[in-house]
Design a binder for this molecule. Structure first.
Ligand code: C2E
Ligand code: MG
Ligand code: MG
Ligand code: MG
Length: 280
């Protein structure tokens, strides 16, 4: 009502907004230097099958080891980076780093899992994006099957025809495609049947509502069933509790990711996690 509208207007004129452009500039400069100084790292979070715990893939999650502020998660810098051309080299670094990691883990027998890479909006919409992926794969020497790409609904819906074409090119290279944070965006359900996809990842907000919230239960079950009907795999992220695991398993969810399985891990931690599971 009127109060809500009033609040919004007040927020709109919040003084901190005037600082945004300035802050962007500062962050951009720092990001550029960070890239040059090699301060970025990828952490990896396992995605497992609920029944046997088999490792299916590891999601690569960007971290910035800031010399002063410590290890930073993407929320503190990715939004700014997305607004700048700098996101292109940063995204390119992520893709190449993930391919190198897949190569290393396969070669050393650490894990046969895929690595899932989060794409940025600017990166996905670049002319010839699939060609740059092909170039990275051949330079590093890995088959496309070793990588999965995670896109948001928004990236797909902005230009459906363009997305279909790019995704077809990527899948022809062997890559698989997952829709991240599924259920929070604006995917017209009709498009789900046209888009060349492999997997839906149910957004954490729904998983957080399990088992107690009726709405979260209904939406989660519906997404699982819809994915099955469409012949797609379906994953859940943000799994924190045993009840969530068993419900998702009962409903037929293919993959689980979350603190209950493992938090995002450094390369060293991830390798230790794999060894420990083999042992026990
Ligand atoms: P996302 O792709 O949806 O990744 C899942 C996020 O949820 C990760 O946060 C992960 O650490 C967190 N998460 C997973 N399970 C749990 C859990 O059980 N509990 C809690 N508290 N958190 C959990 P993170 O690493 O901070 O990444 C946030 C977002 O930043 C990602 O969301 C993704 O959209 C973006 N991002 C991360 N890495 C990259 C990247 O390399 N490139 C691009 N473009 N975006 C990235
Ligand atoms: Mg993701
Ligand atoms: Mg997500
Ligand atoms: Mg997200």
């Amino acid at each position: 009502g009127a109060k809500a509208r009033g609040d919004k207007q007040y927020q709109f004129f919040e003084p901190s907004m005037e600082l945004t452009a300035y802050n962007d500039l500062v962050v951009e400069t720092q990001l550029r230097e960070a890239l040059a100084r090699d301060e970025f790292e990828l952490y990896y979070q396992p995605q497992i099958e609920p029944r046997h715990g088999r490792l299916v893939s590891a999601e690569a999650l960007l971290r910035w080891r800031h010399p002063v502020r410590g290890l930073l998660t993407p929320e503190s810098f990715i939004a700014v980076a997305e607004r700048h051309p700098l996101m292109v080299p940063l995204s390119q670094w992520v893709l190449r780093r993930a391919a190198l990691q897949a190569q290393d883990w396969h070669r050393r027998g650490v894990a046969q899992a895929r690595i899932a890479v989060n794409l940025s909006q600017v990166q996905f919409r670049l002319e010839g994006f699939a060609d740059t992926v092909r170039a990275v794969l051949s330079e590093v020497g890995v088959p496309g099957e070793w990588l999965q790409l995670e896109l948001t609904e928004r990236m797909l819906m902005d230009d459906v025809a363009g997305a279909v074409e790019t995704l077809q090119q990527l899948r022809a290279l062997g890559l698989t495609i997952a829709v991240d944070d599924f259920g929070t965006g604006h995917t017209a359900l009709a498009h789900l049947t046209q888009l060349p996809l492999d997997k839906l990842k149910i957004d954490q907000s729904f998983i957080a509502g399990l088992p107690q919230e009726n709405g979260a239960r209904a939406v989660t079950r519906a997404i699982v069933q819809m994915a099955q009907g469409l012949g797609l795999r379906v994953g859940a992220e943000g799994v924190r509790r045993r009840e969530q695991w068993s419900l998702l398993q009962d409903w037929g969810c293919d993959e689980l990711q979350g603190e209950l399985v493992a938090p995002p891990l450094s390369v060293t931690q991830f390798e230790a996690w794999c060894r420990q599971r083999e042992g026990g």
